[in-house]
Write a protein that binds this ligand. Structure first.
Ligand SMILES: [Zn+2]
Length: 106
């Protein structure tokens, strides 16, 4: 059975550990098999690129690298705090509920 990642694409998350602890960003991609996520603006890696039509200089660009999903926590859109969630089966399938404010996230 595939890992169930607690966050999904488009979620805002808070970084719990590492050099970028305390920062937040939006999930760009989830890689469930590796339990990893790519977060906009977090864990940036410098990449050397060749000149292209849009970037005629080539050179170094920074792009976010995958990081462990356990290092981030979902920021609840209702209470705007990094929050633990629980899952509940509702009329429209499983919804995630913020344990802090008890509001549904999805
Ligand atoms: Zn909340």
């Amino acid at each position: 059975m595939a890992n169930k990642v607690h966050v999904k694409k488009g979620d805002r998350v808070y970084v719990l550990t590492g050099e970028e602890r305390g920062k937040s960003g939006k999930i760009l991609r989830v890689i469930p098999k590796q339990n990893r996520v790519i977060v906009d603006g977090i864990n940036l890696m410098k990449k050397h690129t060749r000149p292209t039509a849009t970037n005629t200089q080539g050179g170094i660009i920074e792009s976010p690298a995958p990081m462990d999903a356990s290092k981030v926590m979902l920021i609840c859109p209702s209470c705007d705090q990094p929050s633990r969630i629980r899952r509940e089966r509702g009329a429209n399938g499983v919804v995630r509920i913020c344990k802090r404010c008890e509001k549904p996230i999805d």
